[in-house]
Design a binder for this molecule. Structure first.
Ligand code: G4P
Length: 294
């Protein structure tokens, strides 16, 4: 199995962040609520040192709510202000705005003492590809947003999106590539669609998913894939390949000759998960010992 590394993109993203971090008051980081650990890039902690930090757990609508609550507490204990969101809606906007103000209260107070009043707060939005940065910015900024143009001291061409008189977002989101030197991290990123499909074979990936689901969410697997007419042999856990074969049969995904079509079954299982059709699933649990990569 090959885990492609993206040194070029990574260097560019780091440089972009390093160049701009001094211009912002806070960093709004996005992670995928279904894989909150694997979808965070650990470098950001160093890059965003001394900045106010808000962590938005996107795609919370597809994640297991009980696990999301556990992760929220886990990250809060690490000092983040955390909000689980469905980035496609505007439901959390008020709360996010309130958190932004809270996160930057000390900054506002410093400004006030220096006689600077009404200076908008500036935020940088960062996250790995596909985590929902554009979706979030669109929902959060909405129609009210307007590009404010170049500012003195800011690299030419850089745009700020003015949300209101209090808040501006740097419009180039900081794209951080995930770290997937750990095999499981790579698998989870491929399962959620954060890294390209070809990196891991669909069948192999679907077996990884079924393995996890059988252990952690067996009722969802049965509810989704057990044949309607009942199957005396359907008892989880079973061998993952056998389960894929059963699923293919139950859904009539057969090749000429009646053999199960593993490829189509694998694709269906993956698509169902990615589209949230299998149920609300989270692929990780907060580590007990505080190590982010367990
Ligand atoms: P990016 O800028 O960070 O790369 O991510 P982007 O906003 O493009 O979002 C990637 C996909 O994830 C989009 O789906 C978007 O609708 C979806 N998405 C983002 N946030 C949420 C969320 O909170 N909940 C749900 N359910 N979906 C979310 P897409 O346009 O269909 O793209 P794709 O899935 O085909 O890649």
């Amino acid at each position: 199995m090959d885990y492609q590394w993206y040194p070029g993109h990574m260097t560019k993203a780091r440089r972009m962040m390093q160049e701009n971090i001094g211009l912002v008051d806070l960093v709004i980081e996005l992670c995928d609520a279904r894989i909150p650990l694997s979808s965070r890039n650990p470098d950001i902690d160093a890059l965003a040192q001394n900045k106010a930090r808000i962590l938005l757990m996107t795609k919370a609508d597809m994640a297991d709510p009980a696990r999301t609550a556990l992760f929220q507490r886990y990250f809060e204990e690490k000092g983040f202000m955390v909000i689980p969101i469905d980035a496609r809606t505007r439901k959390a906007n008020e709360k996010i705005r309130a958190y932004v103000e809270k996160a930057c209260a000390a900054k506002r107070e410093r400004d006030r003492r220096r006689g600077i009043i009404g200076r908008p707060l500036r935020a940088m939005v960062v996250g790995i590809p596909n985590v929902g940065k554009s979706t979030f910015i669109n929902s959060f900024a909405g129609k009210a947003s307007a590009k404010t143009g170049n500012k003195p001291g800011v690299t030419r061409g850089k745009q700020w999106i003015r949300l209101n008189k209090n808040l501006e977002l740097l419009d180039t989101p900081g794209i951080l590539w995930p770290r997937f030197e750990d095999r499981q991290v790579g698998v989870r990123l491929a399962l959620t669609g954060a890294i390209r499909q070809e990196l891991l074979e669909e069948q192999e990936l679907s077996l990884e998913l079924l393995d996890y689901l059988q252990k952690e969410y067996p009722a969802l697997v049965t509810g989704k894939y057990a044949p309607a007419e009942g199957d005396a042999q359907w008892e989880l856990p079973m061998d993952n390949a056998a389960l894929l074969s059963r699923i293919a049969q139950a859904r009539n995904l057969l090749r000429t000759g009646g053999e199960p079509d593993y490829q189509r079954a694998a694709k269906m299982v993956l698509d169902d998960f990615r589209n949230g059709k299998t149920g609300r699933i989270t692929l990780e649990t907060p580590p007990a010992g505080g190590n982010d990569r367990e």
